[in-house]
Each structure stands twice: as C-alpha cells, then as structure tokens.
Design a protein around this ligand. Structure first.
Ligand SMILES: [Zn+2]
Length: 426
C-alpha cells in the first residue's frame, strides 16, 4: 500500500485541484497539475479524479453500530414499546455479535461517506476493534445503564474500571477516540450519572448521552425532580459542559436552550429516528446555534432510523426545519454540511471536517458523472438534495483509501460472517 496519495484534477472549493496526502494528512493543495515530479518522489498512489468533487468525510455523531443486525425489528412502534422490545432482544447480545454488527455498520458508513462515528453501545472494545479493521474512526467507550439497581451499578463500575485502561490504550494506538457514556436520565441513577461524569472529566474524555428525546422523558423528569426538565436536572448536578455530547435534545424549553448554549453542549440532531419513532420533529436548530450550542447531525442506530446514511439524515433534517417553521432559510446548505462534518470533528477534538493543508485527510470523492449533477446549480444543492450516497465513488480516512471506486476490501467476508452469525442464533 502506498504511503502517499495524490488526488489529481479533483474539484476542491469550486476549482480543479490536486490534493497531496502524506502521513495521514493533507500536505498540499493547489491548482490541477501543480505537483511536479520531484514532489512525487517515492511511493505515491495517483488517482485521476477528473469529474469528481472532494468533500470532507462525514462525522456521524450518534450511532449504536452494534445494532446493525437488528434493522427493522421494531417497526410501527412508539418510543416506549420500541425501547422495551429492543432491551428484551439485547439481553442475548454478546461481544462477537457487537464485533460483527459493527463491521457491517462500518461497511455501510464507508459506502455512504462517513469517516468518523460517535458510538454508544455495549462491548466497546469489540466495536473499536471492528472499526479499526474496517479503517474508519470510532469514538466510543464504556456505557452506563443501571436502571437504578445498586447491584447492577456495582457491576458496571467494576467493569468500567477493568475495561478502561485496555480500551483507552487501544484508542491511543489506532488514533480512535475514547469517551464515556450514560444512557439517559430515566435509565441511570443519579449516583451513576455523577460517577461516570466525574470519571470522564478526570480522564479528559467526553460523555455521550441521550437527552430530552421524548415529551414523556421531560414530563417524567419534572414529576420526579421538583419540576426540573432533564436539561435543568443535569445542570443542577453540574454535569453539563463542553464535554457533553447529547443526542436528540428535541423537547426543550427556552430555558433549556439557554442552558445548553451557555454550557457549550454538543447537541446532536437525529431526525430520522425521531420522526420514525414519533418522538417529535421540532428540533430547535436556530435557537440552539444562536445560544452557543454546537449542533451536529447523527443517524442513531439501525433499529430506529434503519440506516446510517448521513446524506439522507442531513437532507431530512433540513426538510423538517423548513417545513415546520414555514421558513425556507431555516437550515442553509453550508451550515448543514458543517453540522455533518466540521461541528462533529470539533466536538471530538479532531482536526478534520475541512479540506485544507495540515488537516487529517478524511475525504469523500464524489462522482458527478450522473444526472443529479448536470444542472448548473451549486454542488452542495445537488449533492444534498438530489443525489444519493452511491454517488460517493471513493473514501479516504486517515490518509488511506477505505473504498476505491465503490470497492471495499473484505466486504464479502464481512457479509458472510454476519450471515453465519445470524443463522447460528436463529
Ligand atoms: Zn440513540
């Protein structure tokens, strides 16, 4: 495998360019043909990208990759019944299933242009191993969900401590990200939320949570905690800060928005999951952005949103914003792309999500030789609103090809492994 890559004659920010990638980073960019022979000395793989456009790899900020084999198992159910059903199915989940399912999820994310995903699921060391083998970047770590059962809390604390060193070490070695997680305010005891938050802060790690996903979650929290919403409740515990990566944040009061903004929380919008489970759709994008929150896009897991396609998630997010607000300017294209790339990278402390010299080389190469890109409209309009993710021809993560001309090395084996596992557990 070549240590360097030259993307020749690719459209970058509207003009024909060359992109030279070395040691995992974008070393140089310039007009097409700018790289002289002397600069290409050594082992350089050259890809002719005529007719193709470079965009940053997507950062999917909320997934449960280990659920990739549970797709479609809870259709036409509301959030409460769906979650009960999922928890029942998950009683049988083991490390091998998470490993295989995460590889399947990675296949799908590679095909749809994602180079980084922030995961929340059981057996994070197995998920990390899967992502490393597939060549894309995971942010993951121990998840706490004790259902206020003290014995379960003890077991999870002990397991978290036991796994932490090894999993963190693996993250340091492969350049992935270590973070902690707790499921939600309704499924984790106050003591455990405080414990895992302190543990994350003392190790300089982020904390990935579900927050204010449903109306019921907010009502139940108010009933239990002297009228405090989930956001107010977590803030009263001192948990909210820039290290919090909060999925959903859908049912918010003006005061909640103010708190999330002032604490610099990352708020992750997962519209397909919210709409499909009938949880709601009035995500307060503009309000959160203006208050100072870092708004990102995620897909959620395959058991609720059914796929991990960020292009679809971005399009749906924008359509819902425009529709419910009756405002066509509610989510402009450039902001939408940032929410799907740069904002997530910022939340995870990664220098990616931008195609500039020095940045980590996470690059999606989009083929425009099809009907979607014939019109003279701006590229982003056709990319997000017209095209499908199969226009993504090749994908580079960390300066390495993980897909070349729609071919992913080892894809057949991953699918076969998943089929074997599923037939053994029938
Ligand atoms: Zn979720």
């Amino acid at each position: 495998m070549s240590s360097s890559i030259l993307l020749r004659n690719i459209i970058l920010s509207g003009s024909a360019s060359d992109i030279l990638i070395r040691k995992g980073r974008i070393e140089k960019t310039g007009p097409a043909g700018f790289c002289g022979r002397w600069e290409l000395a050594g082992d350089v793989e050259i890809m002719d990208c005529t007719g193709k456009v470079a965009v940053p790899g997507f950062v999917n900020m909320h997934t449960h990759a280990g659920m990739a084999l549970m797709r479609g198992i809870g259709e036409d159910m509301g959030f409460g019944d769906w979650l009960d059903h999922i928890w029942e199915v998950e009683k049988d989940i083991d490390e091998q299933t998470v490993y295989v399912a995460t590889k399947v999820a990675c296949l799908e994310m590679i095909r749809t242009g994602t180079t980084t995903f922030s995961d929340q699921y059981w057996y994070s060391p197995a998920a990390r191993r899967a992502a490393r083998e597939m060549g894309i970047r995971i942010a993951s770590g121990y998840v706490v969900l004790d259902l206020s059962n003290p014995a379960e809390a003890d077991r999870q604390r002990e397991q978290c401590l036991r796994w932490y060193e090894q999993d963190r070490q693996a993250a340091a070695e492969d350049g992935s990200i270590y973070q902690f997680a707790f499921h939600a305010v309704y499924s984790v005891s106050e003591q455990m939320m405080l414990w895992i938050n302190n543990f994350a802060l003392s190790h300089g790690a982020g904390l990935h949570i579900h927050l204010s996903e449903t109306k019921k979650e907010v009502e139940d929290c108010k009933a239990l905690h002297h009228g405090l919403s989930p956001v107010e409740y977590l803030d009263s515990l001192g948990i909210l800060g820039p290290h919090i990566r909060a999925a959903h944040t859908l049912w918010l009061s003006p005061r909640d928005v103010e708190i999330l903004g002032s604490r610099g929380v990352t708020c992750i919008h997962n519209i397909n999951s919210n709409a499909k489970l009938s949880s709601g759709y009035r995500f307060l994008y503009k309000e959160l952005r203006d208050a100072g929150a870092n708004v990102c896009i995620g897909t959620d897991g395959c058991a609720s949103s059914n796929n991990l396609d960020m292009l679809e998630a971005m399009k749906t997010a924008a359509l819902f914003q425009k529709a419910w607000r009756e405002d066509p300017s509610a989510m402009p294209l450039d902001e939408l792309l940032r929410a799907g790339t740069l904002n997530g990278a910022g939340a995870l402390g990664l220098d990616t999500g931008r195609l500039e010299e020095g940045a980590i080389a996470d690059i999606s190469i989009v083929d425009t030789d099809n009907s979607f890109f014939l019109s003279p409209a701006p590229f982003l309009a056709n990319f997000i609103y017209a095209a499908h993710s199969d226009c993504i021809d090749s994908l580079i993560c960390n300066g390495r090809f993980v897909m070349r001309h729609r071919e992913i090395e080892g894809e057949r084996q991953v699918l076969d492994e998943a089929r074997t596992l599923l037939s053994a557990t029938k």
